[in-house]
Design a binder for this molecule. Sequence first.
Ligand SMILES: NC(=O)c1ccc[n+]([C@@H]2O[C@H](COP(=O)([O-])OP(=O)(O)OC[C@H]3O[C@@H](n4cnc5c(N)ncnc54)[C@H](OP(=O)(O)O)[C@@H]3O)[C@@H](O)[C@H]2O)c1
Length: 358
Amino acid sequence: MQEDHSGKKFVGGRWMDEQTFKRILMNKERIPDPMRYKKEAMHYRRAGKSGLKLPEVSLGLWHNFGSVDNFEVMRDMIFTAFDNGICHFDLANNYGPRGGSAEENFGRILRESFSSYRDEMCISTKAGFGMWKGPYGDGGSKKYLTASLDQSLSRLGLDYVDIFYHHRPAPETPIEETCYTLHRLVEQGKALYIGISNYDRAQTEAAVEVFRELKTPFILNQSCYNLLDRRVEEDGLKRYAEEQGFGLIVYSPLAQGLLTDKYLHGIPEDSRIRKSFTLKEEKLTPSLQNKLEALRAVARERGQTLPELALSWVLKDRAVASVIIGASSSEQILENIRVNPLFTEEELARIEEICKAE
Ligand SMILES: NC(=O)c1ccc[n+]([C@@H]2O[C@H](COP(=O)([O-])OP(=O)(O)OC[C@H]3O[C@@H](n4cnc5c(N)ncnc54)[C@H](OP(=O)(O)O)[C@@H]3O)[C@@H](O)[C@H]2O)c1
């Protein structure tokens, strides 16, 4: 093992201090795979015209990282992701449940297992949904966003996040106030880049105007997009992102698990439909099941699984900087990283026909 003059040791492809090394030895702790960038599994794309590169597949911590979930499974998922080139982790102040606990758990994993890998990670968080009681714990005001990012940094144990998002439009707050606050947070060094989330095209246009004036490093709009949800196509947001040079970063690319084989034979007890209120059983209609079956056939012909097809399809557009997947196990992450965003015209036409059928 190599050692430098200050006692730092070269382990798992990284230099680490004595304390980290001892802990790893003592806890028989796993260390990141030194081959993580050499597996050629992951490709990286620029977020719009910015210099920030993101893995085509990012990992989101909305579900399965809360105080109600198993900590060792979380740690395992972060290792699996990182070992396979997923270096972008997406959080929000309210992720849990309990709100805030996903940031706490991720912060603990960072501290215990990845303290010397911070610069290899892109970490994002958000504020915009209700987080604490009273008039200052929700919305888009300077008061709320400033306090919330401070709280997030404290839970994460970080000095800064790489991307800070306004999580949803707040019509009661002037857009200038929200955008200026985000801009100031960058100037204060608490965030490197800015994003907005769940803003439609018109709302994005209004924000872009202010960001342009301020020269804010606004680089991403985080929106829902998948084979079954086409709102970013319908309102022109995807085209606008391309024209303006910011990236679309896509959430729920698997429609919360519908675009997988999870519900092929009924509703498993360990599924999101059973465990959470964010995905309703009513979604699983016979018409959807028919679509999924037809999409599975296209996937098979391409030598893919349904989730691989669904993720590849979202990534076919250059405006898309990354897809943020969720996972409840490392196995799901491993199944979701084999993307191939090249499609023939015929495949695309068939997919459209299937998705548009009643
Ligand atoms: N900005 C926003 O407003 C917003 C909103 C939503 C999400 N997000 C971000 O986007 C991230 C991803 O969202 P999402 O979790 O809805 O994404 P998703 O990838 O569409 O759904 C993930 C869920 O699908 C199931 N799944 C994934 N891979 C599978 C596989 N290979 N086989 C079978 N089932 C599989 C798992 O559910 P089971 O638990 O059933 O196994 C998993 O938790 C979030 O964590 C968050 O970071 C942002």
